[in-house]
Design a protein around this ligand. Sequence first.
Ligand code: TXA
Ligand code: MG
Length: 317
Amino acid sequence: MITTDLKPVIETLNNDDVVGIPTETVYGLAGNAYKESTVEKIFNLKKRPSFNPLIVHIASPEFLTQVATDIPSNAHLLAEAFWPGPLTLVLNKKNQIPDRVTAGKPTVAVRVPNHPLTLELLSKLAFPLAAPSANPFGFISPTKAAHVQGYFKEGLKFVLEGGPCLRGLESTIVGFDGNQPVLYRHGALVLEEIEKVVGKISVKTKNDESPNAPGMLSRHYAPKTATLLSKNPVKTLSKHSNKKVGLLSFQKIELSNGKIHQEVLSTNGNLEEAAKNLYAALHRLDQRDLDLIIAPYFPDYGLGKTMNDRLQRAIQK
Ligand code: TXA
Ligand code: MG
């Protein structure tokens, strides 16, 4: 059930159960990060492969030393600059974090989410929250409480209602090679902003044989409907005139066929606005029983890079 009341949510979490929580990026499927059996419930509910580790959400930067150790100075700089916010840092873990959370890795992914209700929730708990995005493995991330409820009709007692997510894309993930930051996943915090703080950083978001962040795995963030990326959607559309097609557009495209359903992400071509709307638009398109979704390429900078990354993963098989 969807609720704005923290009390039953706190009670549920204290009873080692799992709840849906809002963040500024996407909704999370949260449970006590210190408790192995609760973390197990998250993996089971999400049908997530056990090799794919979870992000630990903490109430404030001061809490970082409770979960991580040997913290490089650049990590402190980034935390200071961007927390609370959509940046996840991968650091050496403390023993208190069970191996189940980190999929056996010696590192833990941590962030302070920027959502008032979830920050209040975290401040009232005696433990941090392990939370992956609140979608079944391989599905589109949820940016509304109703998306979470739709995904987990049974099995989830409460989803905390925090409104639509203001960023709409997952956090950016940064790890470290010594003190040198390495980008593992493009996300809601753009690379350009990170580089203003720590200088040029290397990017390792390719799907290597052993991915550092399995958010890199293919068929992530994917709609059920077949999806094509196109530099010229009108031309692509004309090639599929015999099909029931939905169009995802950055800005509105004038179409001669008025029957085509078009989801416009930003009327004035604003990347932040498009990012915020992207997943909800994909959810809506996915529910229209279409043969095909045609999606655009975004400009290759800032949030455009993150959206291109997500859509490319959505079309991979
Ligand atoms: O915005 C977000 O990050 C959302 C909200 C709920 O905070 N969470 C999210 O979680 O996107 P999830 O589980 O869908 O993605 C977490 C990513 C995965 O790709 C995982 O592999 C990576 O973080 N990750 C977690 N621990 C890691 C570690 N120790 N080393 C490298 N990558 C890690
Ligand atoms: Mg996810």
